[in-house]
Design a protein around this ligand. Structure first.
Ligand SMILES: [Zn+2]
Length: 457
């Protein structure tokens, strides 16, 4: 197996992936809080970890990808009050939208998608363990995590413990309940305006966001699992707090590696509702198409900001066309052995901190060389290109669904014509051209080889 290195946020450097059980990798990627339709910024981690799973499977690992839905949260209560529907109804509706929208990415579902609402016994048990260990305390129906109980607090986000603000927007009452302003809520007593609550040893209430993930991740993958992921806006406080909770309750790190995706930036794009973090995923899928969107995500290294701009979107569209057109000129079967270097470099780039941008560079080199050879009349097998595209979930570009392009029978005639021309059998080439014309295809000889276009009628 290839050595795989991933940038670990906690270490601040690349670390080798070393599974607890050889050959098995667990990934927990924080999913959305379901209070509105997800935007392209939320889709980036979804795509990144789905593609990482494909790569690890290609490398021979058995991968379990878990991605939760946060369906109990202040934001949901607030949005439900604004829209006048019960918070459970809103969360269910937005959860269904999330599944439908991400389904359209064509990347499959994660292996498990736990909900906070259906994980309540584990969440409450984890809080109880923290209280028993004196790493948490009850105060008037709330339970708070005692940050200073964790000697390693701050080790993930690598900041000084005294410089941290939990962002809980404490009112004087909430602040008075905390023994230290650094502490954060594990359980909140139910308040007027909150329409759903659960029974607990501390009275009726609901969990804090951070403890939900610690409990759901442990339930699905155990502690010390291989990769914990999410957007880099989650490093602090969410992931710092997840790590602290599990460390204090289990005397064990929650995850071996913490992997964070960069944000989406809006450079050069027209400033309208249709850009960036306010672009709903569903709108991006309608406008750009699934293939170009996945290629756009893969075109940037996951840790770098992704430039959401008209020109980068257009480049992704052109990239999909380039793959489709190259594919039409290839034949089924093994690729030339002297192109295997690009294939190897493609996978080496993915093993080096999952650098999809650099990997794509090698894929384009492969395509350029294949185009050069097919234009020269050589028959080039598509196997290597198919292997690379499959890891990026783009192999479907080679097979359709067709944009009205020629079917296999027409392409077979075109390849025969290529061969006839290469053999300077002009009469045979003309007959084949006429056969294609009878089926409605015009042969166009271009710089990158012959292609078929629909005859205009
Ligand atoms: Zn989380």
């Amino acid at each position: 197996m290839r050595t795989i290195r991933i940038h670990d946020t906690a270490a601040g450097e690349l670390r080798e992936l070393t599974p607890r059980v050889p050959g098995e990798v667990g990934i927990y990627a924080c999913g959305p809080t379901v209070y509105n339709r997800i935007h392209v910024g939320n889709a980036r981690p979804f795509v990144t970890f789905a593609l990482l799973k494909r790569f690890l499977q290609h490398e021979g690992y058995d991968v379990t990808l878990v991605s939760n839905l946060t369906d109990v949260n202040d934001k949901i209560y607030a949005a439900a009050v604004r829209t006048g529907v019960p918070s459970t109804t809103l969360a269910e509706e937005m959860g269904a939208h999330y599944r439908a929208d991400t389904d359209r990415l064509g990347l499959g579902r994660p292996d498990a998608e736990p909900l906070a609402t259906t994980s309540m016994p584990g969440i409450i048990a984890l809080i109880a363990d923290l209280v028993e260990r004196d790493a948490a305390y009850e105060a008037e129906g709330d339970v708070y995590f005692r940050v200073r109980a964790d000697a390693r607090y701050g080790s993930l986000s690598r900041r000084d413990v005294d410089m941290m603000d939990q962002g809980e927007g404490d009112d004087p009452v909430g602040l008075a309940l905390k023994q230290d302003a650094l502490d954060f809520a594990l359980w909140k007593a139910t308040k007027p305006g909150e329409d759903v609550a659960w029974d607990s040893p501390w009275g009726r209430g609901r969990p804090g966001w951070h403890i939900e993930c610690s409990a759901m991740a442990e339930e699905a993958l155990g502690v010390g699992f291989e990769i914990h992921g999410g957007g880099n806006d989650l490093v602090f406080p969410h992931h710092e707090n997840e790590a602290a909770q599990t460390r204090c309750a289990r005397d064990h790190e929650l995850a071996q590696l913490w992997m964070h995706t960069g944000m989406i930036e809006l450079r050069g794009a027209k400033m309208s509702k249709s850009v960036g973090n306010i672009t709903p995923l569903v709108e991006a899928l309608d406008d750009i198409g699934r293939d170009a969107l996945v290629l756009l995500f893969a075109s940037s290294h996951y840790r770098q900001p992704l430039n959401w701009a008209d020109d980068s979107i257009e480049q992704a569209r052109a990239g999909v066309r380039r793959i489709r057109e190259a594919g039409r000129l290839l034949v089924d079967g093994p690729s030339p052995e002297d192109l295997a270097g690009e294939l190897e470099a493609f996978f080496a780039a993915l093993a080096d901190d999952f650098n999809t941008a650099r990997a794509l560079g090698h894929l384009w080199s492969w395509v350029r060389e294949a185009n050069r050879r097919t234009a020269a009349g050589e028959r080039v097998g598509d196997a290597d290109l198919r292997t690379m595209l499959a890891v990026l979930a783009l192999d479907g570009v080679l097979d359709g669904p067709d944009d009205g392009g020629p079917d296999d029978a027409a392409l077979a005639l075109l390849r025969e014509r290529d061969a006839a021309r290469a053999a300077k059998d002009w009469a045979r080439a003309d007959d084949l051209r006429d056969a294609l014309a009878a089926d409605g295809w015009t042969v166009r000889d271009g710089a990158s080889g012959a292609e078929l276009v629909r005859t205009e009628t």
